[in-house]
Ligand binder design. Sequence first.
Ligand SMILES: [Zn+2]
Length: 73
Amino acid sequence: MKCKDCGAEIQFITHVSTYKKIPCETELKHGNSEITLVTIDGYLITKAGPNTRGYEPHWGNCSGAEKFRREKK
Ligand SMILES: [Zn+2]
């Protein structure tokens, strides 16, 4: 699906404990101990290491990120 703010191709992954849908990039990445990744099973990992595979949250790359922040409760 496409982000309605910037038009990029994204996907939603449901967080394992909050059940919130997290907008993520579609490209599967390995961590570099700096980036945040959302794993396929819905864990949000900050400073994900190289052994972690997941998707980068879209809010870091989205030109409409301000809107995400406003909607956050
Ligand atoms: Zn976007």
